[in-house]
Design a protein around this ligand. Structure first.
Ligand SMILES: [Zn+2]
Ligand SMILES: [Zn+2]
Length: 265
């Protein structure tokens, strides 16, 4: 392991990088779905208008150029739709030609039949349009999800690689990093074990820690490396100078907690 300062700096940089990448993921997810919903809306409106216009146009052109077959009889003056009860003998003839020489039968109304066909075709095409629009929405949403997933996966991999670079020191390594005297033993939380390092305080907000219990109603027990943001009590403290290794150990412990938080998220 490196020396104390380079260990703290290197891990701090890595933690910041990971933190930044996690924020990027959230930011990307938010901006990306915003962008896409707006984009979706535009794509939709344009597609919907295009589809409806094409449906109208297609049907109009199709029925305009389409000359349906109607039927005449040998003797009558009318033309009929297929199946009319006045159709005794049926001779097929194009509607355009029939119109020039015959009139439409008022019973079967062959012109209305043609118009009905037009509307039937129109509504069928409209239904196809709606199905197409639903399909397009589904595909766009899938695409949007995939973009976000890809970004997350890529960033997750980068984060994993960064995490691999972080080493949590063993107790022995922590002692070496902080120049802890050989005779001192660290517990699993990197606290030095022993009465010399046990301190008390009256509340979290109090600015003072004490070496003897109940001095100024200080009954919360702690380890000295966790209370270095407070100053020692002038009445009960043995000496006011905190050893350099205790300060280093305190910083190291906070750093290790930061690392553990990152690893757990
Ligand atoms: Zn008829
Ligand atoms: Zn005191």
């Amino acid at each position: 392991m490196q020396d104390f300062d380079s260990y703290i700096n290197a891990t701090k940089q890595t933690i910041n990088k990971i933190d930044l990448m996690k924020k990027e993921q959230i930011k990307y997810r938010n901006t990306q779905s915003d962008k896409f919903s707006k984009y979706n809306k535009i794509v939709y409106v344009v597609l919907a208008i295009l589809l409806v216009v094409f449906t109208f146009l297609f049907n109009y052109l199709f029925f305009k150029n389409n000359d349906p077959v109607v039927y005449i009889t040998n003797t009558g003056e009318c033309y009929h739709a297929d199946g009319c009860r006045y159709l005794y003998s049926s001779i097929p003839i194009a509607l355009s030609e029939a119109k020039t020489r015959y009139r439409a039968c008022s019973i079967c109304n062959p012109n209305v039949t043609a118009s009905n066909n037009y509307w039937a075709a129109f509504f069928i095409s409209l239904a196809v349009c709606i199905v197409l629009l639903i399909l397009i929405k589904y595909i766009l949403n899938k695409y949007e999800d995939k973009q976000i997933d890809d970004f997350n996966l890529k960033t997750d991999n980068e984060i994993l690689n960064l995490i691999k670079l972080i080493k949590i020191p063993t107790q022995e390594e922590a002692k070496a990093l902080c120049n802890v005297p050989d005779n001192i033993v660290l517990d699993k939380d990197y606290n030095p074990i022993g009465d010399d390092f046990t301190v008390y305080y009256s509340s979290n907000s109090s600015k003072v820690y004490h070496c003897s219990k109940n001095c100024s109603s200080a009954y919360y027990k702690s380890n000295i490396i966790d209370v270095l943001d407070k100053r020692s009590c002038e009445k009960c403290s043995k000496n006011n100078d905190v050893d350099e290794w205790i300060k280093k150990l305190s910083i190291l412990k906070k750093q290790i907690n930061n690392i553990k938080n990152i690893l757990n998220n």
